[in-house]
Design a binder for this molecule. Structure first.
Ligand SMILES: [Fe+2]
Length: 183
């Protein structure tokens, strides 16, 4: 949920600066599905910087460890109502906006993107709160064989693999079984 007019841009409604999900410890094989609940417009969707897919960005992900984030920061989101001072992996250089695209759509449309796509929450100047949900999948064969986009700039450690459930029986993945495979 991204409320309008900068009402709440921290914590649970944190307005994400430009990032790749890989900088947050997601595997390279991650596929995101982002779905608006009501129709959305350019002023309340996400910015996608598509020309950075294979172009490195200086960033703080080498100070990001997923396990440390879960232990110390994830659940602090609810307390962050004005300023989000959690150690997000931030871009450390200006992002060239020339390749920025914003994909608007209707309720229930699905925007799919990769763990490696550079994206940000656009400041919501639309006058209405944006409601959306997202989900994430990985193909286990891709993880095992290391197939996926090239890691151009992420130094994050730890992995979200242990948060995924197998579709057939909802069994949680054991992240340690993929040690070394996802890099
Ligand atoms: Fe993201």
């Amino acid at each position: 949920m991204i409320p309008a007019e900068n009402y709440l841009t921290a914590g649970v409604s944190y307005n994400y600066k430009a990032h790749r999900d890989m900088w947050y410890g997601h595997p390279q094989q991650l596929v995101n599905y982002w779905v608006p609940v009501f129709p959305v417009v350019g002023e309340n969707v996400m910015s996608m910087y598509t020309d950075y897919f294979d172009r490195p960005v200086k960033n703080g992900s080498n100070a990001y460890d997923y396990d440390e984030w879960v232990a110390n920061h994830r659940f602090a989101a609810a307390d962050k109502t004005t300023k989000d001072d959690r150690p997000h992996p931030l871009p450390l250089e200006e992002i060239d906006p020339r390749g920025e695209i914003r994909i608007a759509g209707d309720a229930g449309d699905v925007m799919m993107f990769s763990s490696n796509h550079l994206h940000a929450s656009a400041p919501n100047t639309s006058g209405v709160t944006r409601f959306s949900y997202d989900l994430r999948t990985i193909n286990i064969d891709d993880v095992l064989s290391g197939r996926g986009p090239r890691n151009v700039d992420s130094g994050a450690t730890g992995t979200t693999l242990g948060d995924f459930l197998r579709v057939s029986d909802l069994e949680p993945l054991r992240a340690e079984q993929f040690a070394g495979a996802a890099g």
